[in-house]
Write a protein that binds this ligand. Structure first.
Ligand code: BEZ
Length: 211
């Protein structure tokens, strides 16, 4: 199954380190980051899970729940969680799906057989509070992800939803943003009464609204 931006994230029921997850019910009205790990007891994943546990408050602040996945069983997960705590100095504070029957991996197309026919790739799905898939990133197994970039992208998505602005190249929180092209100047003047810097009719730069 191919999942594309704008699709409703497929629902599933699967075991996790925090009990059975009925995905849509578990998500409630939060945003969600669902991210996969090739296998338990692997080095890159161990560092990623420690880091995500450490920055979980940054996801909480944005109304985003986190859920990991690996294609091993619950007993392996429990052993691995101990290793993560021991080596990364922090306990896992979000559920890790035990996808040993590949239910979720197949549903979300996380196994790319020409890369590896059993391990998942490093998939990231950002799902909004309406269950829509808003961002998909795929990394190879050997490259650890940058979760600061995932937070940055969530900030951009939420700015667009809330203020009708887009974010330019290499944007960081606090930098100027761009009024979305679909907004007319008349509509923009209601939302941005302080005006904007019109570098081109399609390139209207304005201060980040929620500072
Ligand atoms: C890892 O998670 O560390 C890993 C998994 C597969 C290949 C290389 C690294």
């Amino acid at each position: 199954m191919t999942i594309r931006l704008g699709d409703i994230a497929p629902d599933f029921s699967q075991e996790s380190t925090e009990g059975t997850i009925n995905f849509h019910e578990w998500a409630g009205d939060s945003w969600v980051v669902l991210f996969s790990h090739p296998k338990d007891f692997t080095p890159v994943c161990t560092t990623e899970l420690g880091e995500v546990a450490r920055i979980k408050p940054d996801f909480d602040r944005r109304g985003v729940k986190i859920i990991g996945l690996s294609v091993d069983g619950i007993d392996e997960h429990r052993g691995w969680i101990g290793d993560i705590e021991e080596t990364q100095g922090i306990a896992l504070n979000f559920p890790l799906i035990a996808d040993s029957d590949r239910t979720v991996s197949n549903l979300y197309d996380m196994i790319h057989p020409n890369a590896d026919d059993t391990l998942t790739v490093r998939s990231v799905f950002v799902i909004d509070s309406n269950r829509k898939v808003r961002l998909i990133i795929t990394y190879p197994a050997s490259t650890g992800r940058n979760f600061a970039e995932i937070l940055r992208a969530i900030d951009s998505l939420q700015l667009t939803d809330n203020y009708k602005v887009a974010t330019p190249v290499d944007w960081e929180h606090g930098d100027d943003v761009i009024i979305v092209p679909s907004l007319s100047n008349d509509e923009a003047s209601v939302l941005f009464p302080g005006g904007w810097d019109e570098q081109k009719p399609y390139l209207r730069v304005v201060e980040q609204p929620n500072l």
